[in-house]
Design a protein around this ligand. Structure first.
Ligand SMILES: Cc1ncc(COP(=O)(O)O)c(C=O)c1O
Length: 307
């Protein structure tokens, strides 16, 4: 992973070291920050870098800020522009992960709601073959936060403490990732990705009211399953024991892309290998995000061509 040269603060590229936050800000004191994680994919033939579903991410950021009562009137267009300014300033010519933060910089008490600083960071990340992504998961003894306490729909940095509890437990116990159950005992998601199950050939995923982040990747895969494979994804509750008897399981998200789960709680999923639907979906996803497949062109924002 290579660090970017600039971090862009409120739309202005600054030297990496200069992008700092005060220890007494609400962002630090109360975890008052929300963010988006995005990816940009390099297309070698066209010499172009495409941000994947830029607008959808910024719409979610605005929704997170509204739910958290951040004091700002910034709109989706301006946020998209700030991210593009950042990417052009850094001139990346390879796959990247991008983090776009909205931080409450005020130094007051619990009700501090502004001013908001927008800070964009990027990192070059080489693509990995799917065979190297397969993981073993643990159903966590920690439960997922819920809409009555810390809404998972909000992409707030503070929510990731829930993810950390499960992840650190999973790693200590020799697994790669946790799978959280909701307070009602249904499968929710991992610490940083949504979950899909293929059972008796039917792709299935928990619904958006099932203790999950409303994932952009999840929505994209639902559309891809439909358009590329003629399969409707069922959105419903999933029981823990269904995981053990699934044909295939995978995590999905901007950071995780499509991450096959080949073992849960030390029980192999089917034959313990990456499944055919997962492999096929990964190929379709890769072609779309890089623009090798012209379908869903509205999902790709070219960074260099569009000025
Ligand atoms: C808890 C959680 N669930 C799901 C996802 C996947 O969301 P997206 O596909 O929008 O990246 C993420 C983030 O990437 C996440 O942090």
């Amino acid at each position: 992973m290579a660090k970017a040269k600039f971090i862009t603060v409120d739309g202005v590229p600054r030297a990496y070291e200069q992008a700092v936050v005060h220890v007494h800000s609400a962002a630090v004191k109360y975890g008052a920050s929300v963010f988006e994680g995005l990816r940009a994919y390099w297309n070698v033939e066209r010499g172009e870098l495409y941000v994947f579903r830029l607008r959808e991410h910024m719409v979610r950021l605005v929704q997170s800020m509204k739910i958290m009562r951040f004091r700002t009137t910034i709109g989706v267009d301006e946020l998209c522009e700030q991210l593009l300014v950042h990417m052009r300033a850094n001139g990346h010519k390879t796959d990247c992960h991008i983090r776009f933060n909205a931080l409450v910089m005020g130094e007051g008490a619990m009700d501090t709601a502004g001013p908001i600083q927008f800070a964009c960071v990027s990192e070059e990340r080489a693509a990995k073959p799917i065979a190297e992504k397969a993981i073993k998961a643990q159903v966590s003894s920690w439960r997922r936060i819920d809409d009555t306490t810390m809404p998972p729909r909000v992409k707030s940095a503070a929510n990731y403490n829930n993810g950390r509890f499960g992840t650190l437990q999973a790693r200590a116990d020799g697994y790669s990732e946790p799978i959280f159950l909701t307070q009602q005992g249904k499968v929710a998601e991992s610490g940083g990705a949504c979950l899909f199950m293929v059972r008796d050939g039917v792709p299935t995923t928990p619904s958006v009211t099932g203790g999950i982040l409303e994932s952009v990747t999840r929505a994209s895969l639902i559309a891809l399953f439909e358009k590329k494979f003629g399969k409707a994804v069922v959105e419903r509750d999933i029981d823990r024991t269904e995981l053990y008897v699934a044909d295939e399981l995978f995590l999905c998200g901007t950071a995780y892309e499509i991450t096959p789960i080949v073992d849960v709680d030390r029980l192999p999923i089917a034959d313990g290998q990456i499944g055919t639907a997962t492999n096929a979906l990964w190929r379709a996803y890769e072609d779309v995000v890089r623009g090798r497949d012209n379908a869903f062109s509205e999902w790709r924002t070219p960074i260099y061509a569009q000025r």
